[in-house]
Design a protein around this ligand. Sequence first.
Ligand code: PAF
Length: 286
Amino acid sequence: MITVKTTLELRAAVAQARAEGKQIGFVPTMGNLHAGHVALVEKAAQRADFVVASIFVNPLQFGPSEDLSSYPRTLAADQEKLLNAGCHLLFNPDVDEMYPDGMASQTRVSVQGVSEGLCGASRPGHFDGVATVVTKLFNLVQPDLAVFGQKDFQQLAVIRTLVHDLNMPIQIIGESTIRADDGLALSSRNGYLDAAQRAVAPALYCSLQQVARALDAGERDFSKLIETAHQQQLAAGLRPDYLEIREPNSLRPVTVNDRQLVILAAAFLGSTRLIDNLTLDLDATA
Ligand code: PAF
């Protein structure tokens, strides 16, 4: 695996792989890789001949009071994980390489609809930052396919919409969330939790499972389900941000007739914000 820092080197390495007739798979990340990221790279390696990963902590997607400066940077450990997972080329640019003219004048990509509400409401501008950097990375790498985690369910919907709306010939693959034994979805931000918070954190997924069980049992009073889940989270020591039940493709609020559902939640533990989701096919469980 080689690591490059400039767009010139990236384009040259990808062009060579392309000239050799290789299919290009791409996994964009912000680093501090865990087993969830490794699964994305392994999936790309199964589906493509040449795997490109990026590590770039994108300032454009962080709010002013968010964790940009403290976001964990662990390049050497990440390189080893990428190599073992089958990555061929790592793109690890500096901020100046991605935004040479600064960020204020940077053209922004704004995905309508699916980026509104949920995390879009709690983190204004976040999905514009994600859509902008992913568009730039897609234009640089020009992959045949790209793999994203389903843990960031709304982000995945934003990327799918982006690729569709802007006619990008890239197959987007969503990969299942990897969980710790106690159910907590793996996330780089779990590293911020102290031991007591880490013990509480699985309560987020428990509350999603509780809602799923109630929906499965026929409950359709969505407001009541959400209120109960919030109470459950509060009792466990979480501070709920949102919990919503949506239709998985459009992310519109569900109706009582919907059979495909996704329950999405975000909650705080101290200053750490955790997100998770659970999809539910009521026809499969009927
Ligand atoms: O999911 C992430 O790690 C980031 O949002 C992404 C897709 C790499 C864009 O910066």
